[in-house]
Design a protein around this ligand. Structure first.
Ligand SMILES: Nc1ncnc2c1ncn2[C@@H]1O[C@H](COP(=O)(O)OP(=O)(O)OP(=O)(O)O)[C@@H](O)[C@H]1O
Ligand SMILES: [Mg+2]
Length: 250
């Protein structure tokens, strides 16, 4: 599970995350939706341990991130929105390096790296430098790394950006299988079709606060819109389409 309680992050006077409580349970794919600048990446970076919360509590698989930091991080897989990969490593080196960071050494790790390279169709690129990789290949490599140590919870910031249809289908299937095996997944996305298709529950954040939470059907009811598509529901809940401004500007 991934849970945050009353999480706050201030940058100077500006409050980016404003008392946010949220839980992705074991076996649940939980969507984290909201407009640009709502505080999704900031929240995700705090859960990943990259940013220190101003206040609040973060628990990953029962481990408090503040006190059981190592255990919390070891049980978490993280796919950032802007991954950093050492350009001068090969794909294989990157994965083995990443594995070592998670304590994967020795005999098993080679097999596991090969398994991930096969799954993400990168096997023929194993000995190529990352600097020669396309955007989508980098995405797939970062995902290989995130799954390497069999995390019990997965934290994902915008997984679908830049993936081709085959890659997107693969990653959806992987997420589904992981959730069936009991992995908790917290996933931010702007791709509402993906959210609608994949998420058991969705939390919508606006200005650092959760303004709505529920299944797709519950959100539709909240918006008073029986519409099958999530986009109009999202726009209604988060306030307006912006189309009127276009009319005025042109
Ligand atoms: N290091 C920082 N210093 C100051 N302000 C920041 C910093 N990081 C984020 N912010 C601000 O916090 C707010 C939330 O940003 P965040 O990146 O979490 O949004 P987001 O929901 O991920 O948006 P997007 O959908 O565009 O990815 C924004 O107003 C942003 O400018
Ligand atoms: Mg973001």
């Amino acid at each position: 599970m991934i849970a945050v309680y009353d999480l706050v992050k201030k940058f100077g006077d500006f409050t980016a995350v404003d008392g946010l409580t949220l839980e992705a349970r074991a076996g649940e794919i939980h969507g984290f939706l909201g407009p640009n600048g709502a505080g999704k990446t900031t929240t995700i970076q705090m859960i990943a341990g990259l940013l220190k919360p101003t206040a609040g509590r973060i628990v990953v698989n029962g481990y408090d991130l503040a006190t059981d930091t190592e255990a919390a991080k070891a049980s978490l897989g993280f796919i950032p929105d802007r991954p950093f990969i050492y350009e001068k490593l090969t794909a294989g080196e990157f994965l083995r390096f990443h594995g070592a960071l998670y304590g994967l050494n020795g005999n098993g790790v080679g097999d596991r790296v090969a398994e991930m390279l096969d799954l993400f169709e990168l096997r023929e690129w194993e000995d190529e430098l990352v600097e020669s990789f396309s955007h989508g290949m980098r995405q797939r490599l970062v995902m290989s790394a995130a799954f390497l140590h069999r995390p019990r919870a997965l934290l994902v910031d915008e997984p679908m950006i830049g993936l081709d249809p085959r890659g997107a289908r693969l990653i959806k299937a992987v997420f589904r299988r992981m959730s069936e095996r009991g992995v908790a997944i917290l996933m931010s996305t702007h791709t509402l079709e993906v959210a609608q298709e994949m998420c058991d529950r969705i939390s919508i954040v606006v200005k650092g606060r959760i303004i709505a939470r529920g299944t797709v059907e519950e959100l539709q009811r909240m918006a008073g819109s029986p519409d099958a598509q999530l986009t109009p529901v999202f726009l209604k809940l988060t306030g307006g389409s912006g189309l009127q401004e276009i009319d005025e500007a042109f």
